[in-house]
Design a protein. Structure first.
Length: 260
């Protein structure tokens, strides 16, 4: 895998280090952090068409939640029949079960590039000068559990990043429940029972766990990317609300998913 990502890592190094050199006279020690932010935003702009498609898929999934629950109850003892009925339902609606996961999956190669970029002493046979950059005294290539330890001043910087990530995860989960509630025309989104409900509530915070074992630079990438995703969701939800108000159907359903 490392060999496969060698060329992207080299390209990312030239891009981030070049931006760092340009921004250093203005931002000083924060230039590398700003370059990572710019790199992340460029990735999200590149993935914007897929993100919008994923948002439509998530809206469709939220709208179909009551029907899926009814199918599950109706065919509880017939897993093969249930699978066929669910597939048929998604096909009729012009969406799929995995429509909302494509941008998330495509994020992994870019996150891997950022991880390797700040874990490699050399890039393209040359010393990795980005490893000398820091955020408030914490090297961008450092892990949370390395260096002076989690209870130190350096550890406090990581805790700050984790807290921001957790806050964004909480907002994202709340916004997701709001989307489901509005799609189904209820006051609150239906909760999954038992252990499944706990898993659903804990899943959004997986980003924090990933950041805990990644270099600080990768944590910054995740923070910017998650904030971007949250902004996309908010704008999408606001656009749907305005459209629903114009049609006199606010709170009833999302705009129907169109087959591509």
């Amino acid at each position: 895998m490392f060999r496969l990502l060698g060329v992207p890592v080299d390209a990312a190094y030239h891009l981030v280090s070049g931006l760092t050199g340009i921004l250093t006279p203005v931002l000083g020690g924060l230039a590398a952090v700003a370059a990572i932010v710019a790199f992340t935003m460029a990735v999200r702009i590149l993935l914007l068409p897929l993100s919008l498609r994923a948002l439509r898929g998530q809206a469709a999934a939220a709208r179909l939640a009551p029907q899926l629950q009814a199918l599950g109850q109706r065919h509880a003892g017939q897993p093969e029949r249930l699978q066929r009925e669910v597939a048929a339902l998604y096909k009729r609606e012009g969406t799929s079960l995995f429509a909302g996961f494509t941008p998330l999956l495509l994020q992994w190669p870019f996150l891997s590039v950022m991880y390797l970029l700040f874990r490699s002493p050399q890039v393209g046979g040359q010393p990795n000068t980005l490893l000398s950059r820091d955020l408030f005294g914490v090297p961008l290539g450092m892990h949370w559990l390395s260096g002076a330890g989690p209870a130190s001043a350096q550890g406090a910087v990581f805790v700050g990043v984790f807290a921001l990530l957790a806050g964004l995860c909480w907002l994202s989960a709340r916004l997701g429940r709001l989307m489901t509630a509005r799609a189904t025309g209820t006051q609150a989104a239906p909760a999954a029972p038992g252990g499944a409900g706990l898993l659903v509530r804990a899943l959004p915070y997986l980003t924090v766990l990933i950041a805990a074992f990644a270099p600080l630079a990768a944590g910054i990438y995740l923070l910017v990317s998650l904030a971007w995703s949250l902004a996309e969701r908010m704008l999408y939800l606001r656009g749907w609300t305005a459209l629903s108000t114009d049609r006199g159907t606010r709170g009833r359903r999302f705009p129907p998913e169109r087959p591509s």
